[in-house]
Design a protein around this ligand. Structure first.
Ligand code: HEM
Length: 398
């Protein structure tokens, strides 16, 4: 859902690591961006409960009589998306990718992910300074990783940002334009599925097609949305995390840089803390719909209510995360972060995202120990989308 103000691009926006979060408290009535009422849940156990209890679903959010979650069409609010299915409909789709993103599968990808990182760093080393690290590293890395996993060619790779910027539109493109680009993107997804049905290979989409055929009866529109969701979700969120992470570390935590470069295992803990501390965007709460009266944290949320689970506030709940370790980048998390969700929709790419972030930060710090921002944090211009915000450019020197 959208809470980003599309007109507020530019240097005035606060870096995401500096966003303010209210103290978590009992569930309370709040508002959706359009003014419709919603229950806001912010304590760690309450947010976990809402995300894990099947009585809080996503599909009903898109019923014809439901209040609009976003004014512009976008992929996140497409009712065909796996994220917007509940119960058995959701499970049948999710099973098609069950084996693809397990920690064991991701561990096997480490060598080629590392090789992609090294290639990009090698190219970076030869550039005149300052270098735009978004153009040279934080974008091309996740694009190359998801392209390799899905077996995409160069032309699809080149279109990916164009599709993402419309699929996760910030409101700066008009509705007709977004619809037309989303149509083109869906046609690409449909063609990719058809091609891998005709000529299966050893990639994510061929595996998905095989599993979907075994499952039987999955609507083609949902499979197409799943493919499109993976293309954009697979790179946009990682690019966003990496850009915001570099802004935070190099801008405010430079003392941690040498250790990130010296110790890959410690860099993994830093990746976990960064995912935990730095939100992907300005969204306050992932939405659910209550199908029954449910008691959460001593308050009855009535059937039919929209509920916003504020993961950012819950991630700072002092009953779970002591204040003295919250900003310690090397401290292991005291409890699983909610930045990747929880329950049935727990982020499918969690392990991949963490691995990419760990390898990228570790290798970058090892190769460029003197890396620093070439402009102040306040000077950054922002790219804003439906669910994410990150530096449009980030100039670095060494
Ligand atoms: C640091 C990077 C990432 C973050 C912070 C992140 C965050 C999230 C969150 C919070 C959710 C669940 C939302 C909810 O339940 O309300 C989610 C779901 C999802 N994520 Fe990620 N994600 C990241 C990277 C990725 C990557 C790399 C991929 C794909 C390769 C991916 C694919 C998905 C999918 C497919 C879902 C929906 C799962 C379902 O509905 O069952 N994510 N992600």
């Amino acid at each position: 859902m959208t809470t980003t103000d599309p007109t507020s691009t530019g240097p005035a926006l606060v870096p995401l690591h500096r966003l303010h979060f209210d103290e978590p408290g009992p569930p309370r009535l709040a508002e959706l961006p359009g003014g419709a009422p919603a229950w806001l849940v912010s304590r760690y156990p309450d947010v976990r409960q809402v995300l894990s209890d099947p009585r809080f679903g996503r599909a009903r959010l898109y019923a014809p009589d439901a209040p609009a979650l976003s004014e512009v069409p976008d992929l996140v609010n497409n009712p065909d998306l796996m994220f917007n299915q509940d119960g058995p409909d959701h499970l049948r789709l999710r099973r098609t990718l069950r084996r693809a993103f397990t920690p064991r599968a991701v561990a096997r990808w480490r060598p080629w992910v590392t090789a992609i990182v090294e290639q990009l760093l090698h190219r970076l080393d030869g550039q005149p300074q300052p270098v735009d690290v978004v153009e040279e590293f934080t974008l091309p890395l996740p694009v190359a990783v998801i392209s390799r996993l899905m077996g995409l060619d160069a032309s699809a790779r080149d279109r990916m940002r164009h599709w993402s910027e419309h699929a996760f539109s910030d409101g700066s493109h008009d509705g007709e334009e977004v619809e037309s680009v989303l149509k083109e993107f869906s046609a690409f997804g449909a063609e990719l599925l058809a091609e891998r049905r005709r000529t299966p290979a050893d990639d994510l989409i061929s595996g998905l097609v095989r599993a979907a055929d075994e499952e039987g009866g999955l609507p083609e529109t949902q499979l197409v949305s799943l493919v499109c969701g993976l293309v954009v979700g697979g790179h946009d969120s990682t690019m966003t995390m990496l850009g915001n992470a570099l802004l935070y570390i190099l801008g405010e935590r430079p003392e941690s840089w040498p250790r990130i470069g010296a110790d890959e295992e410690a860099a993994g803990r830093v990746a976990d803390r960064l995912i935990h501390l730095v939100p992907l965007g300005d969204d306050r709460g992932t939405a659910r719909h209550a199908s029954a009266d449910v008691e959460v944290g001593g308050v009855t949320i009535p059937a039919g209510a929209v509920v916003l689970a504020d993961c950012g506030a819950a991630n700072r709940d002092p009953d779970v995360y002591p204040r003295h370790t919250l900003d310690d980048l090397f401290a292991p998390l005291e409890a699983p972060t909610l930045s990747l969700g929880a329950g049935a929709h727990y982020c499918l790419g969690a392990w991949l995202a963490r691995t990419e972030l760990q390898i990228a930060l570790h290798r970058l710090a090892a190769r460029f120990p003197e890396l620093r921002l070439a402009e102040p944090v306040e000077g950054v211009t922002w790219r804003t989308g439906t669910t994410s915000r990150s530096p449009r450019r980030l100039s670095l020197t060494w």
